[in-house]
Design a protein around this ligand. Structure first.
Ligand SMILES: C[S@@+](CC[C@H](N)C(=O)[O-])C[C@H]1O[C@@H](n2cnc3c(N)ncnc32)[C@H](O)[C@@H]1O
Length: 358
């Protein structure tokens, strides 16, 4: 155990000033649960005098520099750890460069497993004066893992199921399934034989009563010749298509703990309201799913490009520890100020709540 890990054991966060390319080598192996970070974008702005990251002459050199940093991150991450990489794109000579995917491919070639490519929909984005293209309002967030088996708490981010409505003894699921449409499709079907038709009606009634008793939150039904099976109609590729071929229908139950989030996240950037000097800040809300799914409570979040400290605050807010590095002394100072201001407000609120309890 070295000084930094001792510091993390004593405090819930650590901020280190310096170049990540070197400082990462000082951190112990396998101690962070997840790394969430947004490195400088290529050729967009100069953050520090001491680091040229983002100012490489060619895209290839930039991709290579990031690949090098994430090799170091890999060592510091636990074997069941994750890397969440937010990275923006750039244009050169009117040409969109596709930098996020170039970096993703380089990391995959290095052995990282890419689990999700998330589109961060910024909803508004910056004004764009170009008359011959659309506004760019999204950025990519990649979720990588080191190994096929990794820590992932999906239940922590599911949207809990809503209750069904029951009116005059008739049930309607939270997404509006009353069974009437399916019942008509089954009865009118020329694709099902009598036995299949009867079985399908029995299964539909069974699904509705499971929703009524709370055993299943919601469901969809696929009926042969009426709906397509989602992925492929070929039984060779899809188990569902095989079930449809054999039985004539399938019931698709929703998960009992609720639906899981999709891979497009609409989150308004903080740049809209921030007044301090840092550019390219991501909002704490953007880190909610990464932290909850891939860092257990009291676990450690790492950000080698911590900027104004958003990752640290997001981690502390959710009961995790955090370690951040930045090559700019100004940003490290700002990050510390921001974290301490947040902590003061948090402590004051907690004190107020405990007085109300007394
Ligand atoms: C896109 S910003 C990160 C913003 C951050 N996510 C936030 O919310 O404030 C990238 C940061 O990387 C830092 N940086 C650039 N080169 C670096 C290096 N070699 N080592 C550590 N930090 C570096 C910059 O100073 C800048 O703060």
């Amino acid at each position: 155990m070295n000084n930094y890990s001792l510091e993390l054991l004593e405090n819930d966060y650590t901020l280190l000033y310096g170049d990540s390319t070197h400082l990462m080598d000082e951190l112990p192996s396998g101690f962070a649960h997840t790394c969430i970070t947004s490195p400088p974008y290529w050729n967009q702005r100069r953050y520090t005098d001491s680091s040229d990251l983002g100012n490489e002459a060619t895209i290839e050199e930039f991709v290579e520099a990031l690949r090098g940093i994430f090799t170091k991150v890999r060592r510091v991450l636990r074997d069941d750890g994750s890397l969440w990489l937010n990275i923006g794109d750039s244009y050169r000579n009117k040409n969109l460069l596709g930098i996020p995917w170039r970096v993703a491919f380089a990391l995959q070639a290095d052995g990282w497993i890419l689990r999700n490519a998330i589109v961060w929909d910024k909803a508004k984005g910056n004004p764009c004066n170009a008359k011959d293209k659309l506004r760019n309002i999204h950025e990519m967030i990649f979720h990588f893992v080191k190994h096929e088996q990794y820590y992932y708490n999906l239940d922590s981010v599911r949207t809990p199921p809503q209750k069904p409505t029951i009116k005059n003894g008739r049930i309607t699921t939270p997404t509006g399934v009353s069974g009437d449409k399916y019942r008509k499709q089954i009865t009118d079907s020329t694709d099902l034989n009598d036995e299949e038709r009867q079985n399908a009606l029995t299964a539909l009634d069974g699904a509705l009563s499971k929703v009524a008793s709370g055993e299943m939150p919601d469901f969809r039904m696929i009926i042969r010749g009426t709906q397509r099976s989602t992925h492929s109609d070929s039984p060779e590729y899809s188990g569902r298509a095989e079930e449809l071929r054999k039985k004539g229908f399938c019931i698709l139950p929703y998960h009992k703990n609720g639906t899981k989030p999709g891979d497009v996240w609409r989150v308004i950037p903080e740049d809209e309201w921030r007044t301090d000097s840092h550019f390219a800040v991501y909002p704490t809300e953007l880190l909610d799913i990464p932290i909850k799914t891939t860092c257990p409570e009291s676990g450690i979040v790492l950000d080698p490009f911590v900027g104004s400290g958003t990752t640290i605050i997001a981690a502390l807010q959710r009961g995790r520890k955090a370690i951040g590095i930045d090559a700019s002394a100004v940003y490290i100072g700002e990050a510390r100020k921001r974290v301490e201001t947040w902590r003061q407000q948090y402590n004051q609120q907690t004190a107020q709540f405990s007085m109300l309890d007394e």
